[in-house]
Design a protein around this ligand. Structure first.
Ligand SMILES: Nc1ncnc2c1ncn2[C@@H]1O[C@H](COP(=O)(O)OP(=O)(O)OP(=O)(O)O)[C@@H](O)[C@H]1O
Ligand SMILES: [Mg+2]
Length: 283
């Protein structure tokens, strides 16, 4: 078996604490990470501990490395250096605790499965790949579809759903995993106001359960309204922490550089002083 002492030692070494500056209980700890594509670094010096039980926004311009940060945390792209822990352990030991909603344009929607199939797949971690899918799991999947307002589309092929509907199906799949930590890559991109409200309500119920969501978010106007913490990213972490402390005009300027339209948008959001509260009813 592979439990010879040397492999046990190797495993222990892999689980060694990341260092005194990292909390072993953090849902996500990233230590000194660099990620490169074809030797060109797109993320570097990434050091971060996510607080537990909050809604955390990752914010930054196109190409800042937001999706890459999530993929590197999930071992979907290799790290050139550095380490990642999910609740103190490598991702491969914690898969069942993690749910992922990928950025919409990266998904192959021609895959011939129904909405219910997609959500049921979210439960494979619980079912085990080789066991038949029980009726109970399909029923559970149906309940999650209903939670995102997609119950009536259970038998529809995913390729025949609209973009916002597909997004909701993927959210239902993540919910079906009943994870402790969620990564969602722009779940609010291109959805209408009703869908946005549905998704935000779901994020809030995840938070109310003490679970953690790390969400790539492109709309600077709603960061204060929706999120507790923010990571401002542009190749490196410009600033990270509570929204009230970190989401400042100065930090946004450092994150977005000269992109003035975005800055003006952010300035407006700051001027409106939307600090907390419910989604706008005018949405
Ligand atoms: N598979 C890949 N191969 C090579 N380069 C890549 C690959 N994926 C991303 N990149 C590059 O890495 C950088 C970061 O990309 P990433 O997708 O992480 O950005 P992002 O912040 O998510 O952007 P967006 O807001 O457009 O989604 C970009 O310059 C991108 O062109
Ligand atoms: Mg992206």
């Amino acid at each position: 078996m592979n439990d010879r002492p040397d492999s046990r030692d190797a495993r222990k070494a892999a689980e060694a604490p990341l260092g005194p500056e990292h909390s072993p209980l953090s849902p996500l700890s990233v230590h000194n990470m660099t990620v490169a594509y074809h030797r060109r670094p797109v993320l570097w010096d990434i050091d971060y501990d996510a607080p537990e039980g909050g809604l955390i926004a990752i914010v930054g311009p196109n190409g800042a490395g937001k999706s890459t940060l999530i993929k590197a945390a999930l071992d979907l792209v290799p790290r050139a250096s550095g380490e990642v822990r999910i609740f103190g352990r490598p991702y491969r030991q914690q898969r069942r605790l993690v749910g992922y909603v990928p950025q919409r344009e990266t998904v192959d929607w021609d895959f011939p499965v129904t909405a219910l199939d997609v959500v049921t797949m979210g439960r494979y971690g619980r079912i085990g790949w080789l066991r038949p899918i029980s009726r109970a799991h399909r029923r559970a999947a149906q309940v999650f579809l209903e939670q995102v307002g997609m119950g009536e589309f259970a038998d529809r092929q995913i390729s025949r759903l609209s973009g916002g509907q597909q997004q909701r199906v993927f959210l239902a799949r993540a919910l079906a995993q009943e994870a402790e930590l969620y990564f969602m890559d722009e779940p609010l991109a291109g959805v209408d106001a009703t869908t946005e409200r549905t998704i935000i309500d779901i994020l809030r119920s995840i938070r109310a359960d003490g679970r953690t969501c790390i969400v790539v978010h492109h709309d600077l106007q709603t960061v204060r309204q929706y999120f507790d913490h923010v990571v401002l990213l542009n190749g490196r972490i410009v600033a990270a922490g509570p929204v009230s402390e970190v989401f400042t005009e100065e930090n946004l300027a450092r994150t977005y550089g000269g992109k003035l339209t975005l800055l003006e948008e952010a300035g407006q959001a700051l001027a409106h002083g939307r600090v907390t509260g419910e989604p706008n009813d005018d949405a």
